[in-house]
Design a protein around this ligand. Structure first.
Ligand SMILES: Cc1ncc(COP(=O)(O)O)c(C=O)c1O
Ligand SMILES: N[C@@H](CCCC[NH3+])C(=O)O
Length: 426
């Protein structure tokens, strides 16, 4: 089941969104456990041809405790990018060996916490980070499991703000330098370097750029082995996209699975996958109430109580989220759907044909389960929207807000005095 209309009312699984609005008010995020689990199982099924793999949910897409717990029960580990996400993944029961730390600016404290937790791998973004990680590991009498993130210089064909694999992006080590950097890092006493990682961007529908990236990684693996390195793992990142507009396709996850199986057949590595959006996006909606319908020069403004503070994707990426009434009357209108925040970019839809709305109506923005609640803010002193998880006939407000880990905070002396000295000492 999913988000569907029954007796003219929108339901999440078996619970009506009317009832949820009564229970928690609006705006609110509503997640369907069944849709989340369906996507998680579909992703696993699509990769049935890959013998050795680890599936890691990209926690940044949705760190709500209940979501992570469901995915942990499905056997998913976590791709994390901060000490806060490490804490969230551990709290949800994800075993440390199924956690990978990515991220372009990890702090020394976060690296240390990852080592102390015993996580499966730390994906290095550049050489200096490897030197620091080695020093931290030596100080603990251990070797840090690490992969080198490589930037293959490929345009993922997605929105410029969410592409990560082009040569001018801040992510990873350029492919041309990867062999030399790997060589140098592999000599450090505190690193157990055992492979490479790649992630070229998010919301990818056309699989061709991913295939090119993976082929380049395959060539690099051959070259590394040729130089005597033992490559046991390759992290293929996330990035599969979903349909945000009615009539558009989701990324074809089964074609992706076949492509990966074909391209990596001779690699003889364990493959890691880090899907975020593909698992969580379709499983969530943002429930909102129409405050006012105000006449405009060309179209009326439908002013809703959700805003860019709840769902920033339209303001940030001009992203499209389908807007639909909870109790559609069958009539339609053309309108701008806007939020109440004092920013001209607080607009969800312009000149869009939508279900006809009158004051007080409930409506939803679809496909808001990934990069929705987690990117929200309290600008204009807005409260964070509650999140509700529906599972069959039951619904519960889920504790969502991850306590931001103090781990990310650095005192300046820590970083500037101790870290460089630790590197020199190693
Ligand atoms: C390293 C890494 N892995 C995984 C993801 C998850 O991406 P997506 O939600 O597109 O699957 C991201 C975000 O783009 C990322 O930067
Ligand atoms: N937050 C973005 C995607 C960034 C993915 C993380 N690297 C979105 O909403 O589409």
């Amino acid at each position: 089941m999913s988000f569907h209309y029954r007796d003219g009312v929108l339901h999440a699984d078996a619970v009506s969104l009317d009832a949820i609005a009564k229970q928690v008010g609006t705006p609110a995020y509503v997640y369907s456990a069944e849709m989340l689990l369906d996507a998680a199982r579909q992703f696993r099924a699509a990769l049935a041809g890959v013998p050795n793999k680890q599936l890691l949910f990209a926690v940044k897409a949705n760190p709500a405790h209940a979501i992570l717990t469901l995915l942990a029960e499905e056997g998913y580990g976590a791709d994390i990018v901060s000490g806060g996400e490490l804490a969230a993944a551990r709290r949800a029961g994800m075993p440390a060996h199924r956690i990978v730390l990515s991220g372009v600016g990890k702090t020394p404290n976060e690296l240390a916490a990852a080592l102390d937790a015993g996580i499966g791998s730390i994906n290095l973004e550049h050489e200096r980070e490897g030197e620091l990680l080695s020093a931290l590991a030596v100080a603990r009498g251990m070797r840090a499991p690490a992969l080198l993130r490589v930037n293959p210089g490929i345009d993922a064909g997605t929105h410029a703000k969410i592409t990560t694999g082009t040569s001018d992006s801040k992510f990873g080590v350029p492919l041309a330098e990867a062999l030399a950097v790997y060589e140098r890092l592999s000599r450090l006493p505190g690193l157990a370097l055992h492979g490479v990682a790649v992630h070229i961007g998010s919301q990818i529908i056309d699989l061709a750029p991913l295939e090119t990236a993976y082929r380049r990684i395959g060539d690099l693996i051959l070259a590394l082995r040729h130089h005597g390195h033992r490559i046991t793992h390759a992290d293929l990142g996330g990035g599969l996209g979903v349909a945000y507009r009615a009539g558009q396709p989701d990324a074809d996850v089964y074609a992706y699975g076949l492509m990966v199986t074909r391209v990596t057949r001779a690699w003889e590595t364990t493959l890691l996958f880090e899907p975020g959006r593909f698992i969580a996006a379709r499983a969530g909606v943002l429930l909102t109430r129409v405050l006012w319908v105000k006449p405009g020069a060309r179209h009326p403004f439908v002013i809703v109580d959700a805003s860019m503070t709840d769902l920033i994707r339209p303001a940030l990426y001009d992203a499209w989220h389908e807007f639909a009434a909870v109790r559609p009357s069958g009539k339609r209108m053309i309108a701008d759907v806007v939020g109440p925040v004092c920013e001209s970019s607080d607009v969800f839809a312009r000149a869009r044909e939508i279900d006809r709305m009158v004051e007080g109506d409930l409506a939803i923005f679809h496909t808001a389960g990934a990069y929705g609640a987690t990117m929200s803010s309290i600008y204009n002193c807005h409260a964070l929207a509650p999140e509700v998880l529906v599972h069959g006939r039951r619904s519960a407000v889920i504790s969502s807000r991850v306590e931001p880990a103090a781990l990310r905070r650095q005192s300046l002396p820590d970083w500037f005095e101790h870290a460089p000295r630790a590197i020199r000492a190693a």
